[in-house]
Design a binder for this molecule. Structure first.
Ligand code: PQQ
Length: 236
């Protein structure tokens, strides 16, 4: 037994600390979004760029799925792909995100054609997919644990969009509503896998570093948006 092994509780706390310090809700662009201060152009840019993240989530989940040795774990993990890609008759998260775009005034073909996707957003998201392609699967799973912090944020976001951005059609918010039950289920399973599989201190530190890397991915996305869509100076 590794004398320096963290207990499940200690490891969980370390993972939560990463989110408390570095999750994307602390980024100035995100803070402005939740304060209702983004211009329609800035909010549309966020939606159109996040689409590139959304469409790659099931790709990275398929990479992880292909590495899971246990049938029980694959049975659970495959639901993530179905949630995003959908099935006939229930279209799923990617379609719901396109509808969010339409509700904000972004034409469907512009979303699907990635017309507004910034180069740095593409690099950041591709780095996440490649991380999950190349790392051992428990470490790739650890990088998904930003989902521990997503539900609280997403539930706030529904209220924020309804109240502070009344020009967005409310039917566009279905994506966020679905995540309220999907994300906690995914996070619970992801955490269970990380606690079960990371059985040396070295593995545990790699899991923490993976979550930190993932926070960087989300942060880089917002850095790119801040640079491309700066706040307009108010004339004095
Ligand atoms: N993160 C994953 C992942 O890494 O597997 C999947 C998702 C997230 C989603 O499907 C999301 O909708 C999502 N949404 C937010 C958000 O809107 O703040 C954050 C995250 C996240 O923390 O990575 C995800």
């Amino acid at each position: 037994m590794d004398a320096f092994l963290l207990s499940n509780e200690e490891l969980t706390n370390r993972l939560r600390e990463v989110g408390e310090r570095r999750y994307h809700d602390k980024h100035p662009y995100h803070i402005r979004m939740h304060d209702g201060k983004l211009s329609p152009e800035q909010l549309r840019a966020w939606v159109a760029n996040r689409f590139y993240y959304q469409k790659n989530i099931p790709v990275k989940d398929a990479l992880i799925l292909s590495k899971l040795p246990s049938r029980d774990d694959r049975r659970k993990w495959i639901q993530r792909i179905i949630d995003h890609d959908g099935r006939e008759g229930s279209e799923g998260g990617i379609e719901a995100w396109v509808r969010l775009g339409e509700a904000c005034g972004i034409p469907r073909d512009e979303m699907l054609g990635e017309k507004h996707v910034l180069p740095a957003v593409r690099f950041a998201v591709d780095a996440y997919v490649n991380f999950c392609r190349l790392q051992p699967w428990p470490i790739a799973v650890a990088s998904s644990l930003t989902e521990l912090f997503a539900p609280t944020l997403v539930s706030k976001r529904i209220g924020v969009f309804l109240e502070l951005y009344p020009w967005i059609k409310p039917e566009g918010l279905e994506y966020f509503r679905a995540r309220l039950h999907q994300a906690p289920r995914d996070a619970d399973h992801g955490l269970e896998l990380v606690l079960r599989e990371c059985k040396s201190r070295d593995d545990q530190e790699q899991a923490i570093a993976a979550l930190s890397f993932k926070c960087d991915v989300l942060w880089a996305l917002l850095d790119a948006l801040s640079h491309a869509y700066p706040n307009k100076e108010v004339a004095t």
